[in-house]
Design a protein around this ligand. Sequence first.
Ligand code: SAM
Length: 279
Amino acid sequence: MNAVSESAYLLGHASQEHMRLIRQAETLAPHTSRLLRLAGIARGQLVLDIGSGVGDVAQLAAELVGTSGRVVGLERDPNALRVARRRAGEAGAAQIEFRECDLNSMRIEGQFDAIVGRFVLMFLPDPGATIRRLVRLLRPGGVFVSQEPAWSMFYPACARLPLRAACGRALCDAFIQSGARPDMGLELHAAMLAAGLTEPRTVIEVPTTTNAHGDQWLPDLLATVRSRTGAAFNGGEWLEPMGTLSERLGREVDSAKAFAPLVPLIGTYARSVPLSLHF
Ligand SMILES: C[S@@+](CC[C@H](N)C(=O)[O-])C[C@H]1O[C@@H](n2cnc3c(N)ncnc32)[C@H](O)[C@@H]1O
């Protein structure tokens, strides 16, 4: 399968998934915020956030652009949009506006200083084509920023953590079966060049479980995937009982005296050609 239709979107649109996204976002926030700053997102800018989910990346961008800037978040799941709007309201982020939009068939106009996205290109049927369409919405010299996973870089970090590595493998099998790209991060540099963006820069960070939600991250993801794929999920016996997985992952890390990696994040940013270089 090479198309990720709405019904085939592996992680689905249940409210439990929205809660999972919020917990995951708390762990990823410092990594994404650093990337957005490096890419030059700053006060007063107009930013487009693609695949907003429940709005966490849009909120990080809103902090950087301040009240003189604006963030437009695009998301196709109306339930996620409701949660995203409510949370932005509670955070007092009046500079964020969320719009319902399918990135595969979007009709958006405007000239943005920056386009940002996290963990979304991996779910699109043709991420390269989507980047090419989005680049037309950047002002000359504007920046495209993406943060996506590189699951194949997860396993070396789990050399002494076989249970953790097995969780990763089960997730990746499910991603691939659904048509998603677990190594999307490794494709970003070439995709941005192919879209006419210049001088891509990449930062790679491996988050580790340092907050209360960290140990829950893999069991959370596996529970979502299992609830979506049911019997087809190639989880293995080690998964059971799922209720103790988080504790078992914690014990494995303690006895190996290892750090506990989340998936490596590839953050790539590149600029559209500035006006002075247009002939
Ligand atoms: C893994 S979530 C990430 C959400 C958010 N960017 C974050 O990092 O918290 C991916 C989001 O992309 C959305 N999405 C997937 N395919 C999409 C499409 N074709 N158009 C718009 N949104 C899409 C999903 O509905 C989901 O909310």
